[in-house]
Design a protein around this ligand. Structure first.
Ligand code: BG6
Length: 469
């Protein structure tokens, strides 16, 4: 007998820039994803679009023109919710206009209405690695406080327009990844000495904390019933010390804080005490005002949305284990790995949920979890994705166990229910979907959709509220 609550939010998650394509349609501006050709792990790109280079986000899977059919496919699995992001540059093409782009608003309005008609609650990420490029070129992104009122204006417009359709929001995708992938997560080009770069990252984080508090304040005024959450990458928090050497254990705890710090501040409404030492040791000179701290205190976030894909192992002074793809740490001989080297660790999810429950006492929402794998269409026209089925079942079981442990889990949204562009590498080959999309790494293919074997398995899990696992 499964322990999932009756109103548990089963569903999925995607991001606009990894699925929509139509990168210049209906007045959309250029955003940071549009200048990335090989994924966000490949470094900081220039702002120029090279006509001879392939940019996967420009067409992606053409969700922009196909979302009616795609959402019907998702509804066929019985989804209770659908997480996606609003592309900021569809609403404010440069981020600085005083009036929003009506075509962009109409697009999302129809999308959210369609979801509701199909029985799916929209779950919206306000900014998912897709800040308008102009804001990077002109202000160096979140390094500058100039972005705070611009983000506020964007929030006001979408809250007023979609407040009746959307009840679950998250302000920034994986805000903590500003430490590891500052261009994607902080919209900044870091420069200068390592100390200066660190300073830029912490300043950007602070500015986003302030923007998050402003969004929470606005939400209370415009849509009092809305649930305002944050989104933190927590793969880096499931970090095991390489040895029982206390030096490894302590260093591991310190590195876990690189994920927790962002939830500590935004859920508790104040900077954690250990931040004083971080500032002191790194000679950080941050522009933080008393008014901003008061705002953060007054408007903390209500729930913790997080991604979890894998765990890692850390050896003090040796590893570079971190929270996002590509930074993997030491080998863990007890775990199998995906084709991209990510250790598969369902027990890590149960462990994480318990740690987060004990630390925050707020609802937990797993808004990304999934397996990127190589899939092939066999001669019978099917895709037999056994690895994905096992990953799904094992993680649902772990979640069930965590709920029995006492964790307050409000939902689970699988990452990439239909194959989309990989954020980390820009590949199509790294597939997460229950639905296959005929497209390859070079952009060739018919874009035809095919249900994989996992499609029916997830359907059954949802229909039985987890009992089929
Ligand atoms: C998360 C991001 O870090 O991981 C997603 O929020 C991303 O945008 C997902 O797609 C999986 O990573 P990847 O690199 O396999 O696409």
């Amino acid at each position: 007998m499964a322990s999932f609550p009756k109103n548990f939010l089963w569903g999925d998650a995607i991001a606009a820039n990894q699925a929509e394509g139509a990168w210049q349609a209906d007045g959309k501006g250029v955003d940071l994803a549009d200048v990335i050709s090989k994924g966000i792990m490949s470094g900081t790109p220039s702002s120029t679009i090279d006509p001879d280079t392939y940019y996967p986000s420009h067409e992606a899977i053409d969700f922009y023109h196909r979302y009616h059919d795609d959402l019907e496919l998702m509804a066929g699995m019985g989804f209770k919710c659908f997480r996606t992001s609003i592309s900021w540059s569809r609403i404010f093409p440069t981020g600085e206009e005083t009036e929003p782009n009506e075509a962009g608003l109409a697009y999302y309005q129809d999308m959210f209405e369609t979801m509701r008609k199909l029985g799916m609650e929209p779950v919206v990420t306000i900014s998912h690695y897709e800040t308008p490029l102009n804001l990077i070129d002109k202000y160096n992104g979140w390094d500058s406080k100039k972005l705070i009122p611009l983000y506020e204006r964007y929030c006001k417009v979408i809250f007023e327009r979609f407040g009746k359709l959307v009840h679950y929001w998250m302000t920034f995708n994986e805000l903590n990844n500003v430490m590891t992938i500052p261009f994607a997560a902080g919209a900044i080009r870091v420069s200068g000495t390592p100390q200066h770069q660190l300073q830029q990252k912490y300043q950007a984080a602070h500015n986003m904390f302030v923007a998050n508090a402003h969004a929470n304040k606005l939400a209370k005024a415009i849509m009092p019933d809305a649930h305002m959450g944050i989104m933190v990458s927590m793969s880096g928090a499931v970090l095991y010390p390489a040895t029982p050497n206390p030096a490894d254990v302590f260093a591991t705890m310190n590195l876990q804080r690189r994920s927790f710090f962002f939830a500590d501040t935004q859920l508790n409404g104040e900077y954690p005490r250990y931040f004083e030492r971080i500032k002191r040791e790194n000679h950080l000179q941050l522009d933080i005002t008393a008014d901003e701290l008061a705002l953060i205190k007054q408007y903390p976030s209500e729930y913790l949305g997080f991604s979890y894909y894998r765990s890692s192992v850390y050896a003090a002074g040796v590893s570079t284990a971190g929270s996002t793809g590509g930074v993997l740490g030491e080998d863990n001989p007890y775990l199998e790995k995906s084709d991209w080297g990510w250790p598969i660790d369902p027990t890590g999810l149960r462990y994480l949920l318990n740690v987060l429950q004990d630390r925050y006492h707020k609802p937990l929402f797993i808004v990304e979890n999934g397996l990127g794998d190589v899939d092939t269409v066999t001669a019978d026209g099917h895709v037999h994705d056994q690895n994905r089925i096992k990953y799904l079942q094992d993680h649902v079981q772990a979640m069930n166990d965590a709920i029995e442990d006492g964790c307050d889990v409000m939902g689970y949204t699988w990452w990439g229910p239909i194959d989309i562009v990989s954020a980390g590498t820009g590949e199509m080959k790294k597939r997460y979907g229950f639905v296959y999309v005929d497209k390859d790494n070079e952009g060739r293919g018919t874009l035809k959709r095919i249900k994989k074997d996992s499609y029916d398995v997830y359907h059954e899990i949802i229909m039985t509220n987890g009992a089929s696992v």
